[in-house]
Every structure is written in C-alpha cells, then in structure tokens.
Ligand binder design. Structure first.
Ligand code: NAP
Length: 271
C-alpha cells in the first residue's frame, strides 16, 4: 500500500482525499490518500517524515504553499510562481505547482481558447499568481486587478518576464470588463459563508465574455449567477480543482487518472 496526503491547516474540509481515493479505486491501485493537519512550524518535519515513511506524494494547501519553497527543491514554474502545491519524492524532494495548469485545462475543457485573449484576473494571491504565469506563458494578455493595488503591480512585474501583464486597482472595473474576453475571479470573494458577495455584477459584463470563478464552494457563485444574467459563458471552480489534482496524480504515479470519476467525487461532496 502506498500513502499520499494533503497537508494544511485547516484541512478537514479538503476535497482532495475523496477526489484522489476515487481515482485510486477506479484504477485498482493499492493506494490511500489522507488529510493531515500541519502548520508552517511543522512543515519541514512533516515533509521529511513523509519522505522517510515512503509516501508516494503530497499536496500542500493554505497556509503552506509559500513556506514549502524553503524546504523542497522547486521546479522552475513553482519557483517563478513562488508557491508549491505538489511534492514528489521520486528524485529527492521536488516541489511543483499545478494550480495554473488546472485553470488552463478548466478553460480549454470549457472550449475557451487562451492565446491572444484579453484576460482580466481579479486577485493577486497565491492562486492568482499561478494562473497569471500560466495564461501569460500561453499567450494571453493579462490585466491583474486587486483590492491592494501594490500586490497587483508586483505580480504584473513578475509575470512580465514570461508574457504580457499589467496591473490595475478596482477603480475602473467596468471599463476593464468591457475590454476583456475572459474574466477570472481568483479572489476569495463569494466563497461560503459570504455567498451573496461579488466584485463584478451583470451590468458591467457583455454577452461574449467568458466568466470563470475559481471559488468552488458554493459551485454556483454570485459572480456566475450575474454572468448568466448577462448571457455570458460560465465556468465554475470544480474543474480547476480536479485538473490540478489530476496533474499531481500524473506527477506521482505516471498514470492518467479518470477526471470524470474525480469530478463526480468532488461535485457529490459539494452538492
Ligand atoms: P490568497 O492567497 O489568500 O489570496 C486572496 C485574494 O483574495 C487576494 O488577492 C485578496 O486581495 C483577495 N480578497 C480577499 N478578500 C477580498 C475582498 N473582500 N475584496 C476583494 N478582494 C479580496 O488566497 P488563494 O489561495 O489565492 O485563494 C483564493 C480563492 O481561490 C479561495 O477562495 C480559494 O478557495 C480559491 N482556490 C480555488 C482553487 C481551485 O482549484 N478551484 C485553487 C486555489 C484556490 P488582497 O491582496 O487585497 O488581500
């Protein structure tokens, strides 16, 4: 039996155990995935302990993704993003970031092309960093708008090394939305329990906009409801979660997991 796990604090709400265990069962693999409550002060011991115990791999969640950079050998993309969400033990202790790839695959899986598109990205936190690096590398022009403009400016400067990125505050949002092909919410706004909140409303949108909310709890956020009112195409946060997990699964096992099985496990728990 091979063990896998997600480390974080809080972590009891994590959907990763259900998602990965469903994939292991579907592929008939003798593996189990559990959630472990670990704070930043114990992260070093926890990662080295898992390595010593022969774990197959780890995921990291809040508040450990940035701290892990000091502990693992980061792959180039994780180093650029400044955060690690996946640890693999096959060649030492290597850290990856699969969040951006998860977002890209969620968009492409929804039939959305990325190259040449104007993307308005709300947020400049950990998830926004991963998405901005990925989509800029894939040829999108990214406008990063954040409540704290200084963080958007810093992120746009970093992302400018791999592609097109500029920063903005929330002052001119309507204009920014009107000039965008894709709007992505990567802030925590709209997340349970504050489910009636949204930064952008339907009157600011246009009908050829794609609106992607990476918040997945609830699945149908207020932003997505507003987007439907405006006749815009919507993509919820579940597939990003599933695809980032599927990429981690591939890194650990070399196998392609059944994403439909993983998606079903996640949606069942959220619904
Ligand atoms: P984070 O690093 O803490 O960043 C939070 C971001 O939200 C910051 O940009 C922050 O702006 C902004 N924000 C928070 N409250 C706000 C408010 N009231 N008004 C405006 N902006 C606000 O968090 P994260 O790890 O990036 O995660 C962000 C969200 O994405 C969470 O809901 C998380 O569950 C979700 N997520 C989903 C997936 C997925 O696979 N679907 C993956 C990762 C994360 P300031 O800089 O101004 O504080």
């Amino acid at each position: 039996m091979k063990l896998f796990g997600v480390l974080g604090d809080p972590v009891s709400h994590s959907l990763s155990p259900a998602m990965h265990n469903a994939a292991f069962r579907a592929l008939g693999m003798d593996c189990e995935y559990h959630a472990f409550r670990v704070g930043p002060e114990s992260l070093h011991d926890a990662i080295y302990g898992a390595h010593a115990l022969g774990f197959g791999g780890l995921n990291l969640t809040i508040p450990l993704k940035e701290k892990a950079l000091e502990i693992v050998k980061p792959a180039e993309l994780a180093k650029q993003i400044g955060a690690v969400n996946t640890v693999d033990f096959k060649k030492g202790i290597v850290g990856y970031n699969t969040d951006g790839l998860g977002a890209k695959m969620a968009l492409e899986g929804g039939g959305v092309k990325i190259r040449g598109k104007n993307v308005l990205l709300l947020g400049a936190g950990g998830a926004a960093r991963a998405i901005a690096f990925q989509l800029a590398s894939d040829g999108a022009s990214i406008t990063i708008a954040n409540r704290t403009p200084g963080r958007a400016i810093a992120l746009a400067k970093d992302v400018g090394r791999v592609g097109k990125a500029r920063a903005s505050g929330f002052g001119d949002l309507k204009n920014l939305v009107q000039n965008s092909d894709i709007l992505i919410n990567s802030t925590a706004v709209g997340m349970s329990p504050k489910i009636s909140e949204t930064i952008v409303t339907s009157d600011m949108m246009h009908s050829s906009l794609v609106v992607f909310d990476i918040v997945y709890n609830p699945i149908n956020t207020m932003l997505l409801s507003e987007a439907k009112k405006a006749g815009a195409k919507t993509i919820d946060g579940v597939m990003m979660l599933v695809y980032q997990g599927a990429e981690a699964f591939k890194i650990w096992t070399g196998k392609t997991p059944p994403v439909d099985v993983m998606e079903k496990a996640v949606r069942e728990r959220l619904e």
